[in-house]
Design a protein around this ligand. Sequence first.
Ligand SMILES: [Zn+2]
Length: 198
Amino acid sequence: MEPREQNIEYDERMMRLAIAEARSSEEAGEVPVGAIVVGPDGETILGRGQNRVLRDSDPTAHAEIVALREAGRALSNYRLLTPDGGACTLYVTLEPCAMCASAILHARIARLVYAADDPKAGACGSVLSVMNHPQLNHRSEVRTGVLSEECSRMLSGFFAARRKKRGSSPPLDPHPIDAEDALTGGSDDDEEEMVREG
Ligand SMILES: [Zn+2]
């Protein structure tokens, strides 16, 4: 482990790039989640991803998946490894779900850094423990809580604004996914009822 990879200022700098992706997805009307893949040199951004499930009508278009795909193309390798075996780090603004955690393992990501916990769908210990499951081979170093308050505020702010825009006033829930459930539940004519977090 190189010293800079354990440096909180470095992790925050990289997380800000993921936050920029999340902001961009928010501007497009998507739930704000962003991710980046950083190469083994610790500087090269190999992939950027933002939640695109609505725009692409794609249930797999979570920020992490989008970033992993771009990085795989950049490296011409479905394992995100360089020819000399160097591995990548993934930064994401929200705890990965089971699908994304599994993709992170398939990609052989050496290090996962995420901001906010997701107590409804997180697969890094909150709900499931796909990352570093004892019966799965690949191990990744995981760091949590980097700029978590900022990322949580971004999510809760998004849902609060959307509720306000709709003129409804469901109880404010501290967890964004719950807030979304409150937002989207019970209205059959709501085209976004089927929308899930990215
Ligand atoms: Zn996911």
